[in-house]
Ligand binder design. Structure first.
Ligand code: ZN
Length: 187
């Protein structure tokens, strides 16, 4: 089964180079993105939502024109290992998710998804083989329509200089920038 235009082995190499290692989640994500793309008309502009910040954003960025940087990919962290691809303006699209009812006989995938064994005890080769052979058979797919507030670009409004740090920031964030309001990650 192809992943985008790649064979599974080619995608494995692409993932290793982009993600740092052949993460099961990105490999699974490859099947998820391909499944979703096939459920959409070919000639439309597509946006994407990943429902987790883990692994799936990389699969989407590797296989579609949607990236975090161009704003066509949004991460809405619902904690579910699921993604959707949808037509940019109307929001009509498909959502692909892990279907627990389809995991019978997929011991390693189940162990991985439900974190039943510590990573160090994972049978990695078997897990990757199960993902390769299982493909989309462990996935569910449904039609969705994205809420209007999630469509199009996020409007940032006017930008001005923060009176505390002096850097440009969106005025909508408050009288000073979010970092100066205490949200800076730096000590
Ligand atoms: Zn500031």
């Amino acid at each position: 089964m192809k992943i985008g235009t790649y064979s599974f082995e080619e995608f494995l190499e692409v993932v290793e180079s982009f993600h740092g290692h052949s993460a099961p989640g990105v490999l699974m994500g490859g099947f998820m993105v391909t499944y979703a793309m096939e459920g959409l008309p070919r000639d439309i502009l597509v946006d994407a939502i990943s429902e987790t910040p883990i692994c799936l954003p990389d699969a989407i960025q590797l296989l579609t024109p949607c990236t975090l940087g161009n704003g066509w990919l949004k991460v809405i962290n619902l904690g579910r290992f699921a993604l959707s691809l949808y037509e940019k303006y109307e929001g009509k699209g498909v959502r692909v998710f892990m279907d627990p009812a389809k995991l019978n006989g997929k011991k390693e995938i189940r162990n991985w998804l439900f974190k039943l064994v510590p990573k160090s005890e994972q049978d990695r080769d078997r897990l990757i083989a199960e993902i390769r052979d299982g493909g989309r058979s462990v996935l569910g797919i449904s039609h969705v329509r994205v809420k209007p507030q999630h469509l199009g670009k996020t409007k940032r409004g006017a930008i001005s200089n923060c009176t505390k740090c002096g850097e440009p920031y969106p005025e909508n964030d408050g009288p000073v920038c979010l970092a100066c309001q205490g949200q800076s990650p730096y000590v």
